[in-house]
Design a protein around this ligand. Structure first.
Ligand code: AHM
Ligand code: MG
Length: 339
């Protein structure tokens, strides 16, 4: 039997690069670096439950290394590969208060910056539920060769050059988008390569799943409650009632909805009037991916990708998913926004 050709992540990004004769390969290099960090994180995530069995509960493991929490480990891996790569001038992370500007000549002359949530859904680590890494790539706005400034990081999401995520789940998948499309690569553990498994992902226009934290229901606005009510009822046009799915790892909920069709919501609540999720490294990258795939993402009033960030760690309400479901939601929110 002749095996069909399977593209690895590297092959695929290099092939894509050929479409741009002026491309330098820096973006392909950056994606390869993120893929490398993801493989290392994957190894640690897969043995997360073994720490107790092996007795590594103290601060130092059997190799004499400090035992790190997985989110801190993921953060260090990403910074390590990007800092020592040739494509990234600096990073921002959910784990760090401030940006990290790479202060070596190669990094300074790189044209990209990267922002990430190293381990989204980290409350799920201890209970074997899927978690993920989310990342976002921008071209810097300051001159290459100079030091980055905060301006390089506070760019609206529509300026993203690429965005992606990795889910450490029943299998490990890396999905990334550029303006040319969204593609998914499943890790083949036998060869340690991400292989193209989901070419040209399109988000179904409609879906039957909605994802929201129902525990917060009484803190939502009337318009959001009204939409949830629609989700739970049968009506002629939508084929409802929809199915409720909420993992508590947004990256996994959004991935499922991207493949099967659906909507994910993290609205403002009384306790969190700006919502919970972070604009720069959670909402923007997922909004970019979902929009390139044909879906939509808003904060209830404005397109997520058009929001001008003012702070590195700012939060925003998020509504994201299949275009028809988003239109149905926007109908409910329209009245509220008029008042
Ligand atoms: P994290 O980055 O600290 O993991 O927080 C983000 C997560 C999302 O993945 C998830 O959708 C949400 O928080 C769940 O929050 P809640 O328990 O309030 O519903
Ligand atoms: Mg997160």
């Amino acid at each position: 039997m002749v095996n069909r050709k399977v593209f690895t992540l590297d092959e695929f990004t290099l092939r894509e690069m050929r479409a741009f004769p002026q491309a330098t390969g820096e973006l392909a290099g950056l994606l390869r670096d993120v893929g490398l960090a993801a493989k290392r994180v994957n190894v640690e995530v897969n043995k997360a439950g073994l720490v107790d069995i092996l007795g590594d509960t103290g601060d130092v493991n059997v190799q004499g290394e400090e035992v790190k929490k997985l989110d801190a480990f993921a953060n260090d891996q990403l910074i390590g590969v990007l800092q020592h790569g040739i494509s990234c001038a600096g990073i921002a992370s959910e784990e760090l208060d401030d940006v990290v500007i790479f202060d070596n000549d190669i990094s300074k002359s790189s044209k990209y910056i990267c922002m990430f949530d190293p381990l989204d859904g980290s409350a799920n680590i201890d209970v074997n539920v899927s978690i993920g890494t989310i990342f976002s790539v921008y071209r810097r706005v300051t001159e290459t060769g100079t030091s980055l400034t905060i301006k390089d990081f506070l760019q609206p999401g529509m300026r993203q050059v690429a965005a992606g995520y990795i889910i450490y789940g029943s299998s490990t998948i890396l999905v990334y988008a550029t303006k040319r499309g969204v593609n998914g690569f499943t890790l083949d553990p036998s060869i340690g390569e991400f292989c193209l498994s989901h070419p040209d992902i399109r988000c179904p226009q409609n879906g039957k799943m909605y994802s929201v934290n129902h525990g917060n229901f009484f803190q939502y606005t009337d318009a959001v409650k009204k939409y949830i009510d629609i989700c739970q009822k049968k009506n002629k046009t939508n084929g409802g009632p929809y199915t409720q799915r909420y993992i508590g790892s947004m990256v996994s909920d959004v991935h499922r909805n991207l493949i099967k069709g659906g909507i994910f919501m993290y609205p403002a609540t009384d306790a969190k009037p700006k919502g919970k999720l972070r604009l720069l490294y959670e909402c923007n990258p997922l909004a970019y991916i979902v929009e390139v795939a044909g879906g939509k993402a808003t904060d209830g009033k404005q397109r997520i990708l058009e929001k001008q960030p003012t702070e590195l760690h700012e939060r925003t309400p998020l509504f994201i998913g299949s275009a028809t479901m988003m239109a149905e939601l926007e109908d409910c929110l329209a009245n509220e926004n008029e008042h």
